[in-house]
Design a binder for this molecule. Structure first.
Ligand SMILES: [Zn+2]
Length: 525
């Protein structure tokens, strides 16, 4: 048993919102209260929290764990000189087993005076590892001699269709590949094995604890699931993971009889993930009205409500909930329509009402907003996206930008909002997300004191629920996770700034001093 006392505990439990002490036993919260708890348990291990704030552990409800873990192994090549790239590459190979691929991204020879780097340059930095460094533009790659050899690229290799292999005066490939030619190398880089990935994931979990995360909902695929199972088997998964199923595996999941919620407190099956459209940047998000700069283009609808209903029926008949990616207002509309029909179907056939979710909901038609609450469709959103997207949304959507990232509209209608980051698209730091949800301002204060469409800002309490109670609800664990109440799992974080009292601009800088998962301190300063 463990007693934490002299703390400011925000429980998120309406029955007892504040406390100063908490008793934890075997991974569970036994009691939450005041100084009377000190008298109640004489022989308990006591920890004085020195007045620090305690919150429930935070969950990122939309992350790509495999991609994020691998992205952290990619050498950042966005630097001012070629020598600096080579120095960084040399640095990383000290920790890279011989023969493993070194990957990097972000170089631009124009930053170094325009001269192209060569395979030989790179070979001197990584003589025993193949190296593949993509350019900032992603339209070129710089590889070393080992990589050229493994890809079978030699003076007699022809340029592929829509691609070019740069060659010197003697026709010898220089190590720079353009467009489709990069695939000659990319295709020989082995996929990580589940064991490799398990190791990479294990290495990044402390970084997540450090940010205040004790749980995630993952949207990567098979290898990631295998890696997570390996970690769980070994007892090394000290992070609550809800694992989605890719849509192409729906028949397999049905065939196996797998249901949402199957698993244990650390690794459980989530929803089947479908896509209804593309994204805003490439103009593929499906819209009711065209993009401002492309008057003929309303994006691409991948899944309409009819198709969603068909897949959805199979899923709900088999106890599987759905998570559907929808960015544009038309896509969101189709998904809401499909889910509405699915709710009627569930009721008609006496199936349980499953925890269906829409991923992103970047734009919503005002007429659709209330329907999320009405039909218990959960909006899984990423508050940090607004910071990267606000200028693009102004440009591409004009007045309709007012209906984008519409957290307040949705919360006001009674919808549940779950928050995440979509890492590695953005940092998974939940305090950056919290700050964005509350201020709608970038770190530098842009676009001004009130933020972008200030009427859509949330309160700290609402935003925190998006990182705690709502993800717990999505995973069917709302009676055991997401709050600090007796009988709940003991996942919590200690922070030295009070998010309810500090200036909202400071929310972004909050850093935990300690993180507890399942009753154990897994990380502390
Ligand atoms: Zn995603």
């Amino acid at each position: 048993m463990r007693l934490l006392h002299n703390a400011r505990i925000y429980t998120l439990d309406v029955a007892q919102p504040m406390a100063t002490a908490i008793i934890i036993d075997s991974g569970n919260i036994l009691a939450v209260g005041g100084d009377e708890l000190l008298d109640e348990c004489g022989r308990t291990e006591r920890e004085d929290m020195n007045g620090q704030v305690i919150l429930p552990g935070l969950t990122d409800a939309h992350i790509h764990l495999q991609e994020y873990a691998l992205s952290l192994r990619i050498v950042d090549c966005e630097v001012e000189t070629k020598d600096e790239v080579l120095r960084r590459v040399s640095g990383i190979i000290r920790e890279t087993p011989r023969g493993d691929w070194v990957r990097g991204h972000g170089w631009n020879q124009n930053d170094w005076g325009g001269e192209w780097p060569t395979a030989t340059d790179l070979e001197t930095a990584t003589p025993e590892n193949p190296a593949y460094l993509t350019a900032k533009s992603l339209h070129a790659a710089w590889v070393n001699c080992t990589a050229l050899r493994l890809a079978g690229i030699n003076p007699s290799t022809p340029d592929p269709v829509n691609g070019h292999i740069q060659r010197d005066g003697n026709g010898i490939p220089t190590g720079i590949l353009f467009e489709e030619a990069v695939k000659l190398v990319e295709s020989v880089i082995p996929e990580p094995t589940p064991e490799d990935l398990a190791e990479s994931i294990q290495n990044i979990i402390p970084g997540l604890w450090r940010m205040g995360l004790t749980g995630i909902h993952d949207f990567d695929k098979r290898t990631c699931f295998q890696a997570l199972q390996l970690l769980r088997e070994r007892g090394d998964l000290h992070l609550r993971v809800v694992k989605s199923i890719p849509f192409e595996s729906l028949p397999d999941a049905v065939g196996l009889g797998l249901r949402s919620g199957f698993g244990d407190d650390f690794l459980r099956i989530g929803s089947v993930k479908f896509f209804a459209d593309g994204a805003l940047g490439p103009h593929t998000g499906a819209m009711f009205e065209p993009y401002v700069d492309e008057p003929q283009n309303r994006g691409i609808l991948i899944l309409d409500n009819e198709q969603l209903f068909d897949h959805g029926r199979l899923a709900v008949e088999n106890g599987l909930s759905l998570a559907v990616h929808a960015i544009g207002d038309r896509a969101v509309h189709e998904v809401v329509e499909g889910f509405t029909r699915l709710r009627h179907y569930e009721r008609e056939h006496k199936f349980p009402s499953l925890r269906h979710r829409i991923e992103h909901v970047q734009m919503i038609h005002p007429d659709d907003a209330w329907r999320l609450a009405e039909f218990e469709i959960i909006a899984s959103m990423q508050p940090i996206h607004v910071l990267s997207d606000m200028l693009m949304a102004d440009r591409l959507l004009d007045d309709r930008a007012a209906n984008s990232y519409a957290w307040r509209t949705l919360a006001h209608s009674g919808a549940r909002l779950a928050f995440g980051s979509d890492a590695p698209v953005e940092s998974p730091n939940p305090f950056w997300g919290l700050h964005s949800a509350v201020t709608r301002r970038r770190a530098d204060g842009f676009p001004g004191p009130d933020g972008w469409f200030p009427e859509q800002r949330l309160t700290v309490r609402e935003a925190l629920e998006g990182f705690t109670m709502c993800p717990a609800y999505l995973s069917g664990m709302e009676h055991r996770l997401g709050r600090l109440s007796p009988g709940f799992l003991a996942d919590l974080i200690v922070i030295n700034t009070d998010p309810f009292l500090c200036d909202p601009t400071e929310l972004r800088n909050i850093q935990p001093t300690a993180t507890m998962v399942d009753g154990e301190w897994v990380w502390h300063l």
